[in-house]
Write a protein that binds this ligand. Structure first.
Ligand SMILES: CC(C)(COP(=O)(O)OP(=O)(O)OC[C@H]1O[C@@H](n2cnc3c(N)ncnc32)[C@H](O)[C@@H]1OP(=O)(O)O)[C@@H](O)C(=O)NCCC(=O)NCCS
Length: 131
């Protein structure tokens, strides 16, 4: 979706609104919950590129720039930045619209993750060619 001028003008991988069960007693959303959503968002382009199952092999970097609150509308953008023989490295950015309103838009998180294409026996699998 690219209909929101304050958000990156590229396809969104995932949109989700954190719920009270995802927060600590202060109302801030748990970092671990955000990490799980980032892992899911990053796996989408990785598994498309792998044309099948992938496993997360590494979280190369993860930065929580601003807090996330219950009720924020979170948009996850996931871009492949590198591919190897079996691996796909994905950059993920998370943007929050506070309390689901369009006016305040903040980049809350950025991360870099590496996925490995795997076979049925969970072993690394060479990425399919792009031809
Ligand atoms: C993913 C897995 C199958 C890879 O198996 P492996 O024997 O370690 O594979 P390799 O050493 O051959 O590495 C495979 C690829 O991962 C890359 N890789 C390995 N460790 C890495 C790291 N720390 N950072 C970035 N890339 C890494 C390698 O460079 C290689 O990429 P390439 O083929 O494109 O050159 C295996 O490590 C595994 O099953 N891990 C658990 C996955 C999992 O359960 N994830 C969820 C946990 S929360």
């Amino acid at each position: 979706m690219t209909d929101q001028p304050n958000l990156p003008q590229k396809p969104v991988a995932l949109r989700v609104v954190p719920q009270p069960a995802d927060a600590n007693v202060h109302g801030d959303v748990f970092g671990g919950w955000i990490m799980a959503q980032v892992d899911i968002a990053g796996s989408i382009p990785a598994s498309r590129r792998a044309n099948g199952r992938v496993a997360t092999v590494a979280v190369n970097s993860f930065l929580f720039k601003h807090p996330v609150f219950v009720g924020d509308l979170l948009s996850f953008y996931a871009d492949i930045v590198k591919t190897g023989n079996t691996s796909v490295t994905v950059s993920v950015e998370v943007w929050a619209q506070r309390m689901s309103l369009a006016e305040e838009v903040v980049k809350v998180t950025e991360a870099m993750l590496t996925y490995v294409a795997t076979d049925r026996d969970h072993r690394p699998r060479v990425l399919p060619s792009l031809d």
